[in-house]
Every structure is written in structure tokens, then in C-alpha cells.
Design a protein around this ligand. Structure first.
Ligand SMILES: Nc1ncnc2c1ncn2[C@@H]1O[C@H](COP(=O)(O)OP(=O)(O)O)[C@@H](O)[C@H]1O
Ligand SMILES: [Mg+2]
Length: 303
């Protein structure tokens, strides 16, 4: 097989701390990879046997262009994860599909552009009397963009924030703030080919004072996921695979869980488009990812 493209962006390659250990693991295992920027017009994507999304993170302000690029790559090569998985997972509405399949997700309501924000917030707070605080975020977003935490008495500020997010026709997510995150953080479980590799603890990013932090390595530490977390994460990946009708497990996936009021793990996010995998915090993660890329080579060669 021809080389595998590892996709980044010029503006993001320095922030991609997974890339150096992954490249080193590929070098050790003699896997032919090349790092490419998704928006580099000089790249002929058809020359790659597989095109693997890693850190094209500057697409957030030009999603339509990025998705058109994904369409093109899928047509001329093999995109990983597959196009359907990328498209589906970029919009947090996927949480509803997973809830329908029995996955315990963080309680989630959507406010669509046609909905009146004030009524939606009042209904939400009535339905979640236990929630001292709540969270508002855009349905399409990442890296804490557009997210805000409010106390339940801050309804006016919350409605303003929803109106701000909805001003360009965006859907908005409402969730109770799950306070367990302040004690135990969230657990991010990383899988390659559907097999658990490693996990990290990510400490809480949203302050009571309205501070919104981004998940730099200062907020991450290694953690072993427990049996309950692995069970929920594995079920979420199976549900995603079945929803998307995928033949193979996802090449890579990150499953983010927070404990609910009953202390059981609940799905916050399924990151299957271009997740940061915290490879520098684990011994074996990069090796396992490279082994999965190697299996890809063998499958493509019909081995
Ligand atoms: N319902 C929630 N309860 C507690 N913390 C939350 C909740 N939703 C989001 N957060 C915090 O905000 C961060 C970013 O939210 P997330 O849903 O992961 O969106 P994204 O990563 O796509 O911006 C999380 O890592 C977590 O710290
Ligand atoms: Mg997140």
C-alpha cells in the first residue's frame, strides 16, 4: 500500500502533542506515514492508501469547507474515521441517537433556532430541580468554544447566551452541570480498533465564577478507567458503530464520561472525528495506534 496521510493544519501542528510520539512509533514499526495539512492545495489525496484525521482543528470556523474536503478525500482515498462517522459526530445531536440506543448520556436538551429560549430554559430548570448549575453550549463546537456555566438563578444571562449562539441559526445544548466533575474530573477513554488502550483524567474546565478553560495538558493526568467506565464506553462505541452501519470498529475513538448524581458514568462526548488522544501521558498509546495503522495497511493489501 502507498503511504498513510496523517492530517493536520499548519496552524495546529505545534499544538498536536500526539503527533511526535505517533510518528516515532510509526518509524519504529516501519509504517510509511506523511504529515499533511488538510487545506494544502498541493496535496494529491488520491496517492494515499488512507487519510487519517489527526489535528485539522482550524476547521471550526469553516466547517462547510472542511466537510467538502472530507467528501473529496472519501471519494479518492479512504478517510478515517469514515465520512459518515465524522459528519455524525461533529453535531452533539448524536447524543440523542446514542440515548435512543440505551447509552446513559449526560441529560441533554436541544434548543433549535425556531424555539423560544426563555420558555426552553424555564422548562429545563423545572425538569431538573436538582441542578444547582447548568451548562449551555453550541451543538457544533469543540475545545470549550461557546460554552458557559450558569447558576440556576442566572436565567437572563443564560437566555442572552442562547440568543447569541442561536444568532447564526445554530442549535444549542442545555445540560445540568454534573458536580461530580469537581471531585473526580471526567474520564477520557481512548480506543483503537474498538479495543481500550488508555485513559486520562481531565479536571473540571468550567468555574463557578464563569471561567471557561480549555483542556491543555495542565488539566490532564493519567488515569486507569474502571470497569463501569469501560463498559459504558464500549457500549457507546458499539451503539455508534451500529447506528452508522460500520463494518469495522472505528480506527480511533475517545469516549468522555462524567459521573451522574447516582455516581454512574454518563457519556459527555464521543470524539471520533479528530480527537486529541493524550498519547504523551501513556506508555503504550502511540504504539497501539501505530499497530492499528499497520493493520489498516494489511487490510488494504488484502492480507
Ligand atoms: N454537563 C456538564 N457538567 C459539568 N461539566 C461540563 C458539562 N458539560 C461540559 N462540561 C465541561 O466543559 C468542557 C467542554 O464541554 P464538552 O461537552 O466536552 O464540549 P467540547 O469539548 O465539544 O467543547 C468539559 O470538558 C467539561 O469540563
Ligand atoms: Mg470535550
Amino acid at each position: 500500500m502507498t503511504a498513510i496521510a496523517l492530517v493536520t493544519a499548519d496552524a495546529c501542528v505545534e499544538d498536536d502533542l500526539d503527533m511526535p510520539p505517533l510518528l516515532e512509533a510509526c518509524r519504529i514499526q516501519s509504517i510509511d506515514v506523511e504529515v499533511c495539512a488538510w487545506d494544502d492545495p498541493r496535496v494529491d489525496w488520491s496517492q494515499y492508501g488512507a487519510v487519517v484525521l489527526r489535528s485539522p482543528w482550524d476547521y471550526v470556523d469553516r466547517i462547510a469547507q472542511f466537510l467538502a474536503w472530507c467528501d473529496h478525500v472519501s471519494a479518492v482515498s479512504e478517510l478515517f474515521n469514515p465520512l459518515a462517522a465524522v459528519r455524525w459526530s461533529l453535531d452533539k445531536h448524536y447524543l440523542l441517537d446514542l440515548a435512543d440506543r440505551g447509552i446513559p448520556v449526560v441529560p441533554t436538551r436541544f434548543i433549535e433556532p425556531a424555539h423560544a429560549p426563555a420558555a426552553a430554559v424555564i422548562d429545563f430548570l423545572a425538569d431538573f430541580p436538582q441542578a444547582a448549575d447548568f451548562v449551555i453550549k453550541p451543538a457544533i463546537g469543540c475545545y470549550s468554544r461557546g460554552i458557559q456555566r450558569f447558576a440556576r438563578h442566572q436565567t437572563d444571562a443564560a437566555i442572552d447566551h442562547i440568543a447569541h449562539l442561536a444568532s447564526n441559526n445554530a442549535s444549542v445544548v442545555l445540560q445540568p452541570y454534573l458536580p461530580a466533575i469537581d471531585k473526580t474530573g471526567e474520564t477520557n477513554l481512548v480506543f483503537f480498533d474498538g479495543v481500550y488502550s488508555h485513559a486520562i483524567c481531565k479536571s473540571a474546565l468550567l468555574g463557578q465564577d464563569g471561567a471557561v478553560n480549555v483542556p491543555t495538558y495542565d488539566y490532564r493526568s493519567p488515569r486507569e478507567a474502571d470497569a463501569a467506565e469501560r463498559t459504558v464506553a464500549t457500549a457507546a462505541l458499539e451503539a455508534a458503530r451500529s447506528h452508522l452501519g460500520l463494518r469495522r470498529p472505528l480506527l480511533y475513538a475517545r469516549v468522555d464520561l462524567i459521573r451522574g448524581h447516582d455516581n454512574t458514568p454518563r457519556l459527555l462526548e464521543l470524539e471520533i472525528a479528530e480527537p486529541s488522544l493524550s498519547l504523551p501521558l501513556t506508555d503504550k498509546g502511540a504504539t497501539r495506534f501505530a499497530q492499528s495503522l499497520d493493520r489498516l495497511v494489511m487490510v488494504n493489501q488484502g492480507a
